[in-house]
Design a protein around this ligand. Structure first.
Ligand SMILES: [Zn+2]
Ligand SMILES: [Zn+2]
Length: 192
């Protein structure tokens, strides 16, 4: 659905961090990292080939982008996940560089559309081995201005509308590399 202009609150998985909406150039950069111009054209072309009566809504307009920082005021941090082979996997934590705060920001068993509509929530792993630091592909360092992008591409049934922010269907996690400025995402998951 089109959520640009709705001013959605941050999803509750970000309750333990400071989440501020990405604006202007940064938002544009991150939105393009999520969906390139080429993908935009392809997505529109595919939709139109289906000949549906409804209007096409770009995934870009279904996305919200949150800059993550620590409640202590720090806006840099490391992002930790679980190493599965060479892959960076959930659950995912934000770790502050200035204080000892380490906060869960995404666990697919708890967060996102599927977890929200599940009748019984699966329990998170007690002690996830989330020690794998997300690194920048360009310069290999692990300190970020972290960013979380969530999308709301489907339509939501009425009883859930008041908690729309928690029913994201895709999540991407990455940020702006503090050292080299690379801006993009290193983790993505479908939640619906
Ligand atoms: Zn802190
Ligand atoms: Zn870098």
């Amino acid at each position: 659905m089109r959520i640009s202009g709705l001013n959605l609150a941050p999803p509750s998985c970000l309750a333990s961090v400071r989440a501020t909406r990405a604006e202007d150039d940064l938002r544009q950069k991150l939105i393009h990292a999520f969906q390139s111009d080429e993908e935009e054209v392809r997505s529109r072309g595919f939709f139109e080939s289906l000949g549906r009566p409804e209007e096409w809504i770009s995934p870009r307009e279904s996305a919200e982008v949150w800059c993550i920082g620590c409640p202590c005021g720090q806006d840099r941090g490391k992002i930790f996940g679980v190493r599965v082979g060479d892959e960076f996997s959930a659950p995912i934590f934000y770790a502050c560089l200035a204080c000892s705060n380490r906060a869960l920001i995404f666990d697919p068993t708890l967060h996102g559309y599927n977890a929200e509509i599940a009748k019984r929530k699966r329990k998170p792993k007690k002690d996830p081995n989330a020690t794998f630091a997300m690194h920048c592909r360009a310069c290999k360092t692990t300190v970020w201005h972290p960013v979380v992008l969530v999308t709301y591409q489907g339509e939501l049934d009425e009883p859930f509308q008041s908690r729309l922010a928690d029913f994201f269907d895709v999540i991407l996690i990455g940020g702006v590399c503090v050292k080299c400025g690379y801006t993009g995402f290193r983790y993505d998951a479908e939640c619906a």
